[in-house]
Design a protein around this ligand. Structure first.
Ligand code: MRU
Length: 362
């Protein structure tokens, strides 16, 4: 998708052989491209959320293995690099998937060739991510087209949580791919953007939508249920960090509450789910590790002052007890369907297995 009118991905290989990322810690205030030269850079970028969103975390980790191989491509060094990358964020299964895929492909190759091979593998993984998300957009737009037909020309009102747009992937996004496709197909859409406390990923979503010229409104996280009661939401679409084989979905904290409100109000609740986010080894939500993040994300807010300085402001008294789980589980029974690259699929073990044959993450 576009930034200032120019097509941009969230991660790419520079002409100099170093990896480039859009630094998401600078958004929505400044568009800054940062360079990753070493494994440490990749680990830091994922851990500090300079890059974030399950598919993009996976893509960055794949490049991280390549950067590690530049220094030492031996088996022990690459296993150590993999362990460091995987330890950065526990919930998004794409991270394991990407690291294991690159390591598996490197096994049996000459150590001297591994850095170049891994760079190629990471680039392939990125291209695959883009193709998957484009397919999700093509399948998901049918849902929006049907709602538009019912709406008699009024814009389809989509509510989304967190950021599952192109910034969370390599391009297109997952939950926002159908929205971007709809805009290109001339289907009128308006997006309710959950602010998504505490990290405010909604600001990233609003920035993306603004770049693409798509109508949107940021709402406080607590407003969604009210809007659904008033008939102001036609459909909820979120992304996911991990889908269990029985169709439960781990996603950004607060997703579950949106699913409950949608269920209570008869609003369809879709999850855009690329196959690398399916964890066949996890049966139910209880099998998914939920990341617990720093208290500071809750006790402080980060923002810009009137003179453009970026600051943290304390909003809770020092010493206040805080718990900050990063994700929650939405049970399959609250999910209308999963929008995958292979079509719109019921959130059940049978449907997932029929569509993917358990070929995803092992
Ligand atoms: O903590 P984050 O910002 O990495 O969490 C991101 C999400 O929860 C997204 O909804 C999910 O990764 C899907 S992104 C296509």
């Amino acid at each position: 998708v576009k930034v200032n009118g120019r097509h941009t991905r969230s991660i790419w290989l520079g002409d100099d052989g170093d990896v480039r990322i859009v630094d998401q810690l600078e958004l929505p205030f400044r568009f800054v491209v940062a360079t990753l030269r070493t494994l440490d850079d990749a680990v830091d970028a994922i851990a500090r959320m300079r890059v974030r969103g399950a598919p993009l975390i996976g893509a960055t980790a794949a490049y991280g293995i390549a950067l590690a191989a530049r220094t030492d491509g031996g088996d022990a060094a690459l296993e150590a690099a993999a362990a460091r990358l995987i330890a950065t964020r526990p919930t998004a299964v794409n991270l394991h998937w990407a690291v294991r895929r690159v390591l598996g492909a490197l096994r049996g190759t000459a150590v001297a060739q591994r850095a170049d091979t891994a760079l190629r593998l990471a680039a392939e993984l990125c291209d695959e991510d883009v193709a998957i998300n484009e397919r999700i957009g093509e399948h998901g737009v049918n849902v929006l087209r049907q709602l538009a037909a019912r709406n008699g020309g009024r814009p389809v009102q989509v509510l989304t949580h967190c950021n599952a747009g192109w910034l969370a992937t390599v391009d297109w996004g997952t939950a926002l791919a159908p929205v971007y496709r709809a805009a290109r197909d001339g289907i009128p859409v308006h997006v309710w953007v959950d602010e998504t406390r505490p990290r405010l990923q909604g600001a990233l979503t609003a920035w993306e939508l603004e770049q693409e010229g798509i109508a949107h409104t940021v709402i406080a996280d607590n407003a969604g249920g009210h809007l659904m009661q008033r008939g102001a939401v036609d459909v909820v679409i979120t992304g996911t960090d991990r889908v269990t084989r029985r169709g439960a979905v781990a996603n950004k904290i607060g997703t579950y509450l949106k699913a409950l409100a949608a269920h209570d109000n008869g609003v369809p609740f879709y999850v855009a789910a690329p196959s690398p986010s399916i964890d066949w080894s996890a049966a139910d939500g209880a099998d998914v590790p939920i990341e617990e993040r720093a208290a500071r994300e809750v006790t402080h807010v980060h923002g810009e002052t009137a003179d453009g300085a970026r600051i943290d402001v304390r909003i809770h008294r020092e010493g206040t007890n805080v718990l900050n789980p990063g994700f929650d589980i939405t049970p399959a029974r609250l999910i209308t369907a999963l929008i995958t690259e292979r079509g719109v699929v019921a959130a059940t073990e049978d449907e997932l297995a029929a569509r993917f044959g358990r070929t995803g993450h092992a």
